[in-house]
Design a protein around this ligand. Structure first.
Ligand SMILES: Nc1ncnc2c1ncn2[C@@H]1O[C@H](COP(=O)(O)OP(=O)(O)OP(=O)(O)O)[C@@H](O)[C@H]1O
Ligand SMILES: [Mg+2]
Length: 367
């Protein structure tokens, strides 16, 4: 439904040039919920603005529903109002001098040909019902709660029945609880309508819970794309392993590799000792790698001495209760390893313990 090929976009200001998007390609299927996730300034909003036609890229091609809306090579440029797109901006920008009804009716009143009064009323009513704002038509827009204003912006983006919905951090101004509710509501609304959605966020929890497919961006490029569970369990590089969830990182050198592509394991010499790791990328003996393991995958055992593969003795350094789990740091030699334990776990500062790093959760990544 949305195809982007090799998109590049540079901002030019009086202070110089900044290349915000550096050759991005992606495909979003009809009805898919696709998320761009990445740190502040990585180029997410710029990507959305290029798809909407609010920025002119330097080069590349964008097509929507099989129609090319931008191509540097073919000299094609379709203006924003002809792209049939609904957008919710990062600052969701509802119009404060209008009522709820007029905010949603606005895109229809500026459509050509303009629908009749009865049709406008019906379509606004439908859009408001969809986001659970029916009954508030006559209220001035500023007299809505933050969550209601957010939903109003969504209704306004959906009222023209766009083929594509672009959402730029639509939950960023909400408190934690409302954000969680809205995550669920947005997902339900777009599913009911079957509208293809390109969603932008820097919150990993939103990307992981809402997306069919997500792409992690860094510095104007996509570094990894896939289903949320795949990105979480099989990050291909240290940036993704660290940005999505938390990871412990241990640097080391590959001493040997076993198995073939896709299901290899490697022995890695780290500062705390030899670790047996999963290897999803290709690496040869002698190569420097980073071993990533998530805090929830490190197991704590009583230290009974002896040696076993992927087990290391250490000392409990900090223990912090975080309600539903215990956040704990264990020093192993000069390394500090973070763990997450069940709240019932008996663990005390200063205790001598043994850590177990299960092979399937130790990922050797290229540096
Ligand atoms: N109008 C502009 N003129 C010049 N530089 C810009 C302009 N808009 C954005 N940039 C720069 O381009 C880069 C990408 O910006 P963009 O807004 O796409 O980031 P983002 O990923 O949406 O970040 P955030 O999560 O903070 O919203 C940033 O370095 C930013 O400073
Ligand atoms: Mg942005």
């Amino acid at each position: 439904m949305i195809e982007i090929r090799n998109l590049c976009m540079t901002y030019r200001t009086a202070h110089g040039e900044h290349q915000a998007v550096k050759g991005v390609s992606l495909d979003i299927r009809q009805g898919q919920f696709y998320t761009l996730l990445g740190p502040s300034g990585c180029g997410k909003t710029t990507m959305l603005r290029c798809v909407a036609g609010l920025e002119r890229p330097d080069s590349g091609e964008i097509s929507i529903g099989g129609e090319i809306v931008y191509s540097s090579e073919k000299g094609i440029w379709v203006p924003p109002h002809n792209r049939n797109i609904g957008m919710v901006f990062q600052s969701y920008a509802i119009w404060p001098h209008m009522t709820v009804f007029e905010n949603v009716a606005f895109p229809l009143r500026h459509k050509k040909p303009k629908p009749g009064r009865a049709e406008i009323k019906e379509r606004v009513g439908k859009a408001l019902a969809l986001v659970h704002l029916a009954g508030l038509e006559d209220r001035p827009a500023p007299y809505l709660s933050g969550g209601q204003q957010q939903r109003l912006a969504l209704a306004r983006a959906l009222v023209s029945e766009p083929r594509v919905l672009l959402l730029d951090e639509p939950l960023s101004n909400l408190d934690a609880k409302l954000r969680e509710e809205m995550r669920f509501e947005i997902r339900q609304v777009v599913e009911r309508l079957g509208v293809t959605t390109l969603f932008v966020t820097h919150e990993q929890i939103e990307a992981l819970t809402m997306s069919d497919v997500m792409a992690v961006m860094n510095d104007g490029k996509i570094v990894q794309e896939g289903a949320p569970a795949e990105i979480y369990s099989k990050p291909t590089g240290a940036f993704v392993a660290d940005f999505i969830g938390r990871s412990n990182f241990l640097t080391g050198k590959v001493s040997s590799v076993a198995g073939s592509n896709g299901s290899s394991t490697a022995m890695v010499e780290t500062k705390i000792g030899t670790m047996h790791c999963r290897l999803d990328v290709s690496a040869a003996a002698g190569e420097d790698v980073t071993v990533a393991i998530r805090p929830e995958n490190v197991a704590l055992m009583v230290d009974q001495g002896g040696a076993a593969l992927n087990q290391f003795a250490g000392t409990v350094d900090t223990v912090v209760y975080v309600g539903n789990l215990i956040d704990c740091v264990v020093t192993v030699g000069a390394e500090r390893v973070r763990l997450q334990l069940q709240p019932s776990a008996a663990v005390a500062r200063g205790a001598q313990v043994r850590l177990n790093f299960p092979v399937e959760h130790c990922l050797a990544l290229k540096q």
